[in-house]
Design a protein. Structure first.
Length: 347
């Protein structure tokens, strides 16, 4: 929708226009949860800082959030809204306006969608939901973009076609498993999303590496749906069939960890007295859970900041890596850190 205003976003969310303005401009005065909600809603409504601020520069970065037909992990977490905050803040500092567009599986063949994206000076592509099965379709996107450079965030599946910026999923998950081991847990369960992407595979690899170093196997692998309610139902069914629970659980992201805690409490187990739980991402709800969730902090805004810096460098040099095989591609991995709260207890 063109010309969406902050006032319209405020009306939709029942917030004051001033609160929406603070959230959209990255200024203090609103909670992180409210900021994430505003940014996410603005993206869904097609809000554009440049359209609503005529004094903004003509140069534009287009943030494209891809929704895959097979995996829809980005839809079930606020992760992308924080990446977008980083994109907008750094783009503004470098003199770019920011456009936000959703791209659904199949839209690569839609001329109007492609025309809009290719008219930007550069594209930042949120690749959270990309799997190898989407590669033929995504090739269509690169062919259509012409001389518009692209940086992919949160996936390395396209690392042979574009610069990529990702979190250290392997190292972060390994550190989480090592925390469980240091606190005396020896029966560690792994809550695994049924929908698979490379980032989640890296997290599983990290946990298994830590346990292999300690000469321990995973005591259980519990497959659940990626959505909050689906994960709750799947884990709840697993508990009923498997009363001998692990004493420590790593969940592939915070949404799954929250579903695990909910199911454990429903079935009369205490967290962390009976079962410790640790997640990954450190989204705002972690502090609101009971108990607050120990998790791996992913530097989400930093992903967006670095992506804009890579894109700005390509634009200024006139480099379009997907058209210039002689140009070396960049894959930047951003470290993570453990955030210890109260959902893990020494055994």
């Amino acid at each position: 929708m063109a010309g969406v205003t902050a006032k319209e976003i405020a009306a939709k969310l029942n917030l004051s226009p001033s609160a929406v303005s603070l959230a959209l401009n990255g200024k203090p005065g609103v909670s992180e949860a409210t900021r994430a909600l505003v940014v996410e809603t603005a993206a869904q409504m097609g809000y554009s800082r440049q359209e609503n601020n005529p004094s903004e520069p003509d140069r534009t970065v287009c943030f494209v959030r891809y929704a895959g037909a097979i995996v829809q992990i980005a839809e079930h977490t606020s992760f992308s809204s924080f990446v977008l905050q980083g994109v907008e803040s750094r783009a503004t500092e470098l003199g770019y306006g920011t456009q936000v567009r959703y791209l659904n599986a199949g839209d690569m063949y839609n001329p109007q969608t492609l025309d809009f994206i290719r008219n930007a000076d550069g594209v930042i592509f949120l690749g959270t939901d990309i799997t190898e099965t989407q590669l033929p379709e995504l090739e269509q996107l690169f062919e259509s973009l012409g001389d518009t450079p692209v940086v992919v965030v949160d996936s390395t599946v396209l690392a042979n076609r574009a610069d990529c910026v990702v979190n250290d999923c392997f190292g972060g998950a390994r550190a989480a498993a090592e925390l469980l081991l240091r606190t005396g847990h020896r029966r560690i369960g792994y809550v695994k999303a049924k929908q698979r992407i490379r980032n989640l595979d890296e997290r599983e690899r990290g946990v298994r590496a830590a346990l292999a170093q300690a000469d321990l196997p995973l005591s259980a692998v519990i497959e659940v749906d990626i959505s909050s309610e689906g994960a709750f139902q799947d884990f709840d069914a697993w508990i009923k069939a498997n009363p001998d629970l692990p004493n420590g659980v790593f969940a592939e992201n915070d949404v799954l960890a929250a579903a695990v805690i909910r199911s454990l409490k429903k079935n009369g187990y205490r967290v962390p007295d009976d079962v410790s739980v640790i997640g990954f991402d450190d989204i705002p709800m972690c502090e609101m859970l009971d108990p607050p969730l120990t998790t791996v902090h992913a530097f989400k805004e930093e992903l967006g900041i670095i992506a804009v810096e890579h894109l700005d460098r390509r634009i200024k040099r006139g480099e379009v890596p997907h058209q210039m095989p002689s140009i070396g591609l960049l894959t930047t991995t951003v470290s993570t850190r453990l955030v210890e709260r109260f959902s893990v207890k020494r055994q």
